[in-house]
Ligand binder design. Sequence first.
Ligand code: HEC
Length: 152
Amino acid sequence: MRHHLASIVIAQFLQLGGLSSPGSADDLTDTREPTQRTETERTFVLTQMRLFLTAVAAIEEGLGAGDMDRVAREAAARGRKSTTTLVRPPTLTAKESETWKAMIASMRNGFDQIADEATARAPAEQINKTLAETMRNCVACHQTYRISVDGK
Ligand code: HEC
C-alpha cells in the first residue's frame, strides 16, 4: 500500500515536472476563474470541501472492508437530503454561478446514488464507478474556479 502510494506520488511529480519544463515554478500561472467570497463564506465552503474529501476516503474504506452500511451512511451525509439541515451563510447562494450550482447539484446527486446503491447492496465495482463519475464534478470545478477574498 505504502509502495503503491509512493509510486503515485512519484508519477505525479514526474508529470508535473514534465508539464512545467523547461520553465520554472515561477512561470506557473493560475488560469482558474476567481470567484468572490467573504472570509466567512470561504471558511464555510472549504469546511464543506474537507467533508467531501473525508467522505470519499470513508466510502473507499467502506468499500474495501465490504461495509456497505458505512458506505451508505457516509455518502448520504454528503447527499442532497443532508443539505436541508445545513446552515449556510445567507449571502452565499446569490454569489454562486449556474455552473457552480450545477456541479454541486450533480455531485450531491452522485452521493445520493452511492448511498442508494450501497443500501441495495450493489457490487463494489458499480459503486466505485458511480464514485468516479461523482468525482468528475470535483475535478471540473477545481479546474474552473478558485476562491477570491477581497479581490485577491
Ligand atoms: C462547484 C465547485 C466545486 C465542487 C463541485 C467541488 N469543489 Fe472542492 N473546492 C472548490 C473551490 C473553488 C476550492 C478552493 C480552491 C482555491 O481557492 O484555490 C475547493 C477546495 C477544496 C479542498 C481544499 C479545502 C481546504 O481546506 O483548503 C478540498 C479538499 C476539496 N475542495 C475537495 C473536494 C472534493 C473531494 C469534491 C468532490 C467530491 C469537491 N471538492 C467538489 C470548488 C469545488
